[in-house]
Design a protein around this ligand. Structure first.
Ligand code: ADP
Length: 318
């Protein structure tokens, strides 16, 4: 049921995006395109510029340079109709505590009526798993329920594109699983394109088919969780049981190793397991490699400055 949200076929296109605060360059040429449909996670160390990027895409922040197109428009010039096609779920906010859940949802829905066919309040509460809390006051909801209400308000206008900022911070495992099911439902049944930021790499691995890693003002890695894990680590861990003992071996070619292992006839091999790096391990490796490269570049720059200085001194004393 995926509907193409833009004539161009992509939901987001960013090219050479730059952002400077004062004399500090935070984004130094960010490029990526996100096709309609599916979940993309934007990851990166604190201060990398994720929030800045998302706010530029949402039209809340003016960029310093570069071109940005979101749902077929430049966010700096997106009108009300364009805004109504986007859903935004911010980090948790605590207003509206005295409202009853159903009333608040119905009230938000009315805002979208001129532009879209919003969800009916009861249907939406059912989708996000808050039907039994419909008459409860917002301030009485649990953390997980509260977050699902945030999501309900973010999707009420049936957005083509949904931004989620740290969606499950503070969730217990049960609430987290329910939330993940809701996200899958939105992408599978509604064709919603989702861009999320998270610090939870396990969540990114579970939810997103594509990961973008932002570091040093640029996208340093782009691919599926699996592709990133393969790019970051070449060795896999092979585990198996033999003669009642657990065996572990690290190898660059797990398939060849497993084939050889199964071909040996000394003792039956059982419980064979091949484990590649998780997204978390891959992320750490990629960011560390990147930071080591940056440090090396800084030392090079420093040394070349020293060299230039001593060269200049020599020239001056000639
Ligand atoms: P992230 O979301 O990846 O943690 P942010 O986009 O919040 O990163 O911030 C990136 C950098 O830009 C940080 O160093 C932050 O201090 C700086 N920054 C963010 N907003 C502003 C602002 N309005 N004025 C000046 N500096 C800012």
């Amino acid at each position: 049921m995926a509907q193409p949200p833009t004539d161009a076929g992509h939901a987001i296109a960013v090219s050479d995006l730059r952002m400077r605060y004062g004399d500090k360059d935070v984004l130094k040429g960010v490029d990526f395109t996100i096709e309609a449909g599916g979940v993309t996670a934007l990851l990166g160390p604190n201060g990398a510029g994720k929030t800045t990027t998302i706010e530029i895409l949402e039209g809340f922040r003016s960029r310093s340079a570069g071109s940005v197109e979101v749902l077929g428009a430049d966010p700096e010039h997106g009108g009300e109709r364009w805004k109504a096609r986007m859903g935004i779920v911010l980090q948790e906010w605590r207003d509206n505590g005295k409202w009853r859940v159903r009333d608040l949802v119905a009230h938000f829905g009315d805002y979208y009526r001129p532009y879209a066919e919003p969800w009916g309040a009861d249907e939406l509460l059912d989708v996000v798993g808050l039907a039994t809390q419909a008459k409860q006051r917002v301030q009485r909801l649990s953390g997980g329920q509260r977050r699902r209400l945030d999501v309900a308000l973010g999707i009420i206008g049936r957005p083509a594109l949904l931004f989620l900022d740290e969606p499950t911070t503070g969730f217990d495992p049960h609430a987290r699983r329910e939330f993940h099911e809701l996200i899958h439902r939105l992408t599978d049944l509604e064709g919603t394109t989702i861009l999320l930021t998270t610090h939870d790499l396990d969540e990114a691995e579970k939810l997103a088919e594509r990961i973008l890693i932002l570091a040093g003002g640029r996208i340093i890695a782009d691919g599926s969780p699996d592709q990133l894990a393969r790019a970051a680590a070449t060795t896999a861990e092979v585990k198996w049981m033999q003669d009642g003992r657990l065996q572990v071996h690290a190898t660059d070619d797990a398939t060849a190793f497993a084939r050889k292992l199964l071909a040996t006839d000394e003792g039956a091999v059982t419980d064979l397991e091949i484990r590649r790096a998780s997204l978390e391990e891959a992320y750490m490796t990629l960011v560390e490699q990147f930071e080591a490269g940056e440090a090396e570049a800084a030392v090079d720059k420093f040394l070349s400055k020293l060299w230039l200085a001593s060269f200049a001194k020599k020239e001056a004393t000639k």
